[in-house]
Write a protein that binds this ligand. Sequence first.
Ligand code: ZN
Length: 234
Amino acid sequence: MEKAVLLNDKGLTPETILSAREAVVNMGKELIERKLVAGSWGNISVKLADGVYAVTPSGRGYANQKPEDIVIINAACETLDGVLTPSSESKLHTAIYNACPEAKAIIHTHSIYASALAAMRKPVPAIIEDIVQIIGGRVNCAEYALPGTQELADNAVKAMNGRKGLLLANHGAVCWGKSLDDALIVAEILEKAAQIAIICQSCGGAVELSNEDAEIMHNFYEEHYSKRQLGVEK
Ligand SMILES: [Zn+2]
């Protein structure tokens, strides 16, 4: 009863919550199709309001996921609504929302090339323009911590450095966006950049863009290009 009142207090109607759950389910299928996750690995969340998030359940495959499987949690990762156990990486998600008020959705992938750099504990260098436009520049690899721990969440926040993505050492990638679709673009661009970086490393290395150029391109993307993609600017 108390939890239902809390959701109501945040202006969240059953319809809003259902549509967030449906969006998370659909994104799970998208991630499988785009080979960014496999089986039940990785996880997805969206922010419904301050301190209220819809997150994928722990250990359940994406292929047959239903909206009611998505768990509504609070900032302490306690279940507000739902019957399944929330993702074991819920702390990682809430820590990023807490550190980044702009973040409205988070996708954690185990995509191959990002994971390969994460296994080497190397960053994704800023060697291609789209990674700096969309993500902001070089993407750091966080210090190693065991999965599901507060330490992993804390290390991830430290590694973000104003970017929309980071690598988790020996684990995978985490990306946030201003919407689920935005987070998906970040995840795809990060994976592509990681693949290009590995190709370049095997052929003598690439030249990294300067911080100054990266900032100019990222600011232009944020100020104009992303708005054109959304149709709010001509
Ligand atoms: Zn993971």
